[in-house]
Design a protein around this ligand. Structure first.
Ligand code: C5P
Length: 391
């Protein structure tokens, strides 16, 4: 993750933008319990065009911004080293525990340890801005993706580099899903999440995905604990068999229509589903009703409660999103959780669709993720628009 370029990296005012995609687990098999208490997984994960945006701006060296509040559109709080965070979009408090601030902190510590040649001895504070679009505690990896984006953005802003193994260590110290987001595309994820083997993109146009997230946050540790307590699929090993077959077929060049044809077996290949249902019983009826309305298999991402449904095109996924909204209005979908579910038509992101941009002080740039649904058949990672600073 080395950086080169003409910008004076690490200088006050340098700004780096990163797209932080959501993830989907196409499969999730639990293959054992490890000595450290984590569960060993076998999961095929893909990034989505739905995502957050992380921007960091280098502050003056030695500055200690401290905590402050009341910034327009969100709250800003100081990190341990003077870093600040402001959050826009979905409501989420900007606390020091936010993974953006924790990732910047952990990256700074690793950089100080490494003392790379030519770098500042004490990486200056960063002002971070998070545009939140991925629902929280949903099984979509939003916080983990923000963390991965923040590690990369901080390194780039400081003009720092770390050995990939050190970056991977920092990533997994922040959460089991963080290493996946450093891979930049579909991957087989094993161990507790620390082993990430990139997989080839699907052949042909990327599939579209309907995401439906009831406002019923499900805690990942609670889901794993319920799994440990016996809330498991009737047939042990079935999810692993589907997952292994998917990996083998992706490696030999699986085409999108062939993925869509096996949506039924993929939707069933999540070993955490019974555990999620045991913690949130109304989810079972909701998922049954969703399947009845859409007439397609309904999967679950990660520990839930997000439901996913695959489609051949954005147009069909958007039509499905309209059916879901209609079902919520006419009562054919039962109301569950704290308000209307989050419903979006998005797409699986191909490798190389995400990027980053560094700007010298004074350049005003806006990240525009999630234009999916307005921009034709291909997923859009994000675009950078020069213009007036929206702050
Ligand atoms: O690593 P992360 O903070 O995302 O994990 C949250 C919790 O989920 C862990 O503390 C653990 O209880 C559980 N977990 C697990 N096995 C995994 C990932 C998470 O048991 N592979």
């Amino acid at each position: 993750m080395s950086v080169s370029g003409t910008t004076a990296r690490g200088a006050a005012g340098v700004r780096v933008l990163r797209f932080a995609p959501a993830k989907l687990n196409l499969t999730l098999a639990v293959v054992g319990r490890r000595e450290d208490g984590y569960h060993a997984l076998h999961s095929v994960m893909v990034p989505l065009a739905l995502g957050d945006a992380v921007a960091v701006t280098v502050g003056p060296a030695g500055a200690r911004a401290g905590a402050s509040g009341g910034a327009r559109g969100g709250t800003t709080r100081g990190g341990a080293r003077g870093d600040t965070l402001r959050i826009e979009g979905l409501p989420l408090p900007a606390t020091p525990e936010n993974l953006v601030l924790r990732a910047i902190d952990a990256t700074r510590a690793a950089v100080c340890d490494a003392a790379w040649p030519g770098g500042p001895a004490d990486p200056p504070p960063l002002a971070a801005r998070l545009t939140k679009r991925i629902p929280v505690a949903a099984g979509l990896g939003g916080g983990s993706s923000d963390a991965a984006a923040s590690i990369a953005a901080a390194l780039e802003a400081w003009g720092a580099s770390l050995p990939p193994a050190r970056v991977a260590e920092v990533a997994v110290s922040l959460g089991s899903d963080v290493p996946f987001f450093l891979a930049g595309g579909a991957a087989l994820v094993t161990g507790r999440g620390e082993f990430v083997e990139p997989l080839p993109d699907l052949r042909g146009a990327a599939p579209a995905v309907l995401i439906v997230t009831p406002r019923l946050p499900v805690s990942t540790p609670a889901v794993f604990a319920a799994y440990g307590g016996g809330a498991r699929p009737a047939e042990a090993g079935a999810a692993l068999a589907v997952s292994e077959r998917l990996v083998a077929d992706l490696r030999s060049g699986l085409a999108t229509p062939d993925l869509l044809a096996r949506a039924g077996e993929l939707a069933a290949a999540n070993d955490l589903l019974p555990a999620a249902l045991s913690l949130a019983p109304p989810l079972a009826e909701f998922r049954r009703a969703l399947q009845a309305i859409l007439g397609r298999p309904v999967g679950q991402s990660g520990s839930g409660p997000t439901a996913w449904v695959l489609y051949p095109s954005l147009a069909t996924a958007r039509k499905a999103a309209r059916s879901v909204r209609l079902g919520l209005r006419d009562g054919s979908l039962p109301p569950i959780g704290d308000g209307e579910p989050f419903v979006v038509a998005t797409a699986i992101l191909s490798r190389g669709s995400t990027t980053s941009t560094t700007h010298p002080a004074g350049a005003h740039n806006v990240v525009e993720p999630n234009e999916i649904g307005r921009s034709g058949a291909q997923p859009v990672g994000f675009s950078v628009r020069k213009g007036s600073d929206p702050r």
